[in-house]
Design a protein around this ligand. Structure first.
Ligand SMILES: [Zn+2]
Length: 472
């Protein structure tokens, strides 16, 4: 592949002119070429400490070596990231690529699935550029299996985005948390989730979603929520046995189940059923916390969305309710941290702007965890929930070369993760806004990862579309 500058391709697809402007990487990326990353510091995730300096040797999509110094093979491209800290790519265990800021319920009614899918590709790019190289998309909210198309386009190198675990729609009961409950019944407004009212229906829905490309299962276990005289209430949706049917069917298909579960007794049922994560997890009883510790089921607190709703409420009364909810949540979170409940980092981004969700790290520190504990929760428990354990979340030989660099020391100032200046995913540089001067290219956006655009198009025209590995 020869070195090239600005590449502008005009392709005529189905009568529509598509213009794609692309800046190629300075060192025209080739499969298998060695890259050495050098920075002032490197985060050793499992040891929970910073080493200095930091170097990582990357070949193809994998890390070959990482530490204070690595071999510099002849011909390797050396990228000096200067006074930064090298870390694994961030993991967001709870996102919604198919949501954007605005009236959440109405956007899923008013916007078509194709329109939402186009916006979702922009969301995926924004998240990746903010340093999130792996995400679990917790339901398309009525866009069905459109997330399969987004995931496969990312995996094939057609569009930039994190590696994804996807669920299609979430699973919900009739009249449940995500059903279209408050509309004129004569309008037959569709649910944002797939209905399942019995264990048999749960199994059938999971099979249908998996046929359409899902790689995990999202179930709604509680809602609607209310605060009455400082007491939090939320009805459960599925019994422990019904959740267990979902967990077993997901496992049979090589998947796991993440639940939206705000409080008791739904959170207990979820822990008993052995789900992969309990998301939001606002209210956990002593017994639920004990089970989560014993089975190593992380809670995903999603503080950023609660804070966002409290700050962007439609009325003063709504703002009061949201603030009371956040206060209660913070109080309970402190109990959970003291009890040693495993945590993971998930922001629920979508209702607030994609690419801004690293705020979640800051809030988890603000509400009682240490920076190192939050980072380990993100990387280690995030990799566990996303079923990429031993593949992502650490800078180790054999892991995917998913890396970010941040200014400063994140163990001293966690807000460093909100200023990601360098992003590599699978050995491909997607963002390089920091480092030595000749390599400083702010928004030197992404390179075509595995295949050249023209190759992709000619393959398609020849009808010989080669698909890479698809997630199991
Ligand atoms: Zn969510």
């Amino acid at each position: 592949m020869k070195r090239y500058g600005w590449l502008v391709v005009v392709a005529v697809v189905g009568g529509c002119a598509v213009v794609l402007a692309q800046e190629a990487p300075a060192g025209a990326k080739m499969q298998g070429r060695a890259i050495v990353l050098h920075a002032a510091r490197l985060l050793d995730v499992s040891a929970g400490k910073i080493v200095a300096p930091g170097e990582v040797l990357v070949e193809g999509e994998r890390i070959v070596a990482a530490g204070t110094s690595v071999e510099h093979p002849a011909g390797a491209e050396v990228i000096d990231l200067g006074d930064t800290t090298l870390m694994p790519g961030l993991i967001d265990a709870h996102v919604h690529l198919f949501l954007h800021p605005g009236a959440e319920d109405l956007q899923t009614v008013e916007e078509s699935v194709p329109q939402r899918t186009i916006i979702a590709t922009l969301a995926a790019k924004a998240d990746l550029m903010a340093g999130f190289t792996a995400e679990r998309d917790m339901g398309t909210e009525g866009a069905g299996s459109a997330d399969t198309a987004v995931m496969r386009a990312i995996d094939e190198g057609l569009i930039p985005g994190p590696r994804l675990r996807i669920s299609g729609n979430a699973v919900d009961i009739l009249g449940g948390h995500e059903d279209a409950n408050r509309f004129n019944p004569a309008q037959h407004v569709l649910s944002n989730a797939d209905y399942a009212n019995t264990a048999e229906e749960i199994v059938a829905v999971i099979r249908e979603q998996h046929k359409q490309g899902s790689t995990f299962v999202k179930m709604y276990e509680t809602g609607p929520d209310s605060m009455v005289k400082g007491e939090f209430h939320t009805p459960y949706q599925y019994t422990e046995a019904q959740l267990q049917a979902g967990v077993e069917e997901a496992a049979r298909l090589g998947m796991n189940v993440g639940v939206h579960a705000q409080g008791e007794p739904g959170t207990l049922y979820a822990a008993e059923a052995g789900v992969a994560s309990i998301d939001h997890a606002t209210q956990l009883s002593d017994e639920t916390m004990r089970l989560m510790k014993e089975k190593h089921i992380p809670a995903v607190p999603t503080f950023t969305i609660f804070e966002y709703f409290a700050e962007h409420a439609a009325s003063p009364a709504a703002a009061e309710r949201e603030k009371a909810m956040l206060e209660y949540k913070i109080h309970e979170f402190k109990r959970q941290v003291a009890a040693g409940v495993p945590m993971a980092v998930g922001s629920d981004v979508g209702p607030f702007p994609h690419g801004t969700q690293a705020k979640e790290f800051e809030l988890m520190v603000q509400y009682g965890m240490t920076p190192v504990a939050v980072l380990q929760a993100d990387y280690l428990n995030g990799a566990q929930i996303l079923r990429w354990q031993g593949q992502i979340g650490e800078l180790k030989a054999g892991y995917y070369a998913d890396l970010v660099a941040v200014p400063g020391n994140p163990l001293e100032d966690i807000t460093a993760v909100e200023r990601v200046g360098f992003v590599m995913k699978g050995g491909v540089v997607y963002k390089q806004g920091i480092g030595n001067r000749e390599q400083r290219l702010v928004f030197r956006v992404w390179a075509w990862p595995r295949a050249h655009l023209l190759e992709q198009l000619s393959l398609r025209r020849a009808g010989g579309r080669a698909r890479g590995s698809v997630h199991g």
